[in-house]
Design a binder for this molecule. Structure first.
Ligand SMILES: Cc1cc2nc3c(=O)[nH]c(=O)nc-3n(C[C@H](O)[C@H](O)[C@H](O)COP(=O)(O)O)c2cc1C
Length: 220
């Protein structure tokens, strides 16, 4: 039943899209605003993008590894410069690692742990994906960002929350007491840890943060 509903929905979507795709050469008809709105309301990719929020409170259990594998495969299918795949990806769902480095973090940032909701330095997530970029490739950071966005969005489409994080990896790279944990990631020679993404089953539903549409300009 759900399958046939989905098929009907995608046929309806195709019916909306096909006239535009198929009638190049001057026959293109402008869609009405209502049609465009309906199209985006029915579009699951758009819905996923627009409803995703950074999650900072999670249920305790790690994301199961089969689901993580899907998310990671979506990540490595991101567009990337010259298909160099200039990233290194390390997945940690071991509480010993997460809690151990959090103890180091707490020693250096005692105030953070005073927050009663504080569970760990990765915004309380049970699963963390670390992403390292290739220092020899000038677009590697773009590759790594696109990789991450694919993971974040595929995760959200399956009900898995996430939060991109810069500050924990900065801490790991600058704090000598965290060096053992950085070493355990086994980042390849010539790569450097860029950021990480926290994943887990959400335990909060934050509101959307405002975006500045004035940043966009069509150039004539
Ligand atoms: C490169 C990058 C670094 C970030 N670092 C942190 C961080 O260290 N701590 C944190 O809580 N959120 C971090 N975030 C999440 C942003 O705060 C969040 O995406 C932004 O406020 C917009 O909110 P939204 O994701 O819910 O739309 C980071 C996001 C990005 C893309």
């Amino acid at each position: 039943m759900r399958k046939s509903m989905r098929k009907l929905k995608s046929m309806a979507m195709a019916a909306l899209l096909f006239p535009l795709a198929g009638c190049g050469g001057g026959g293109q008809q402008a869609r009405t605003i209502a049609e465009t709105e309906q199209e985006s309301a029915d579009n699951q990719v758009i819905e996923t993008i627009m409803t995703r929020r950074s999650i900072r409170q999670y249920k305790p259990q790690a994301v199961d590894r089969d689901t993580m594998q899907i998310i990671l495969n979506c990540g490595i299918n991101a567009p990337n410069g010259q298909n160099k795949q200039s990233w290194a990806i390390r997945v940690v769902d071991n509480p010993e690692y997460i809690n151990g480095i959090t103890e180091v973090y707490k020693k250096k940032n005692p105030k953070a742990a005073e927050d009663p909701s504080f569970k760990n330095m990765f915004r309380n997530a049970p699963t963390v994906v670390f992403i390292a970029s290739d220092k020899s490739y000038d677009f590697s950071q773009v590759d790594c960002g696109l990789l991450g966005e694919n993971m974040v969005l595929s995760a959200w489409s399956m009900g898995i929350g996430s939060c991109c994080l810069g500050s924990p990896t900065r801490f790991m790279q600058t704090e000598p007491e965290a060096a053992d944990y950085l070493k355990r990631l086994n980042i390849p020679e010539g790569y450097e840890l860029l950021y990480c993404i926290a994943f887990g089953y959400p335990d909060e539903a934050p509101a959307a943060k405002p975006r500045d549409a004035a940043k966009i300009m069509f150039v004539e």
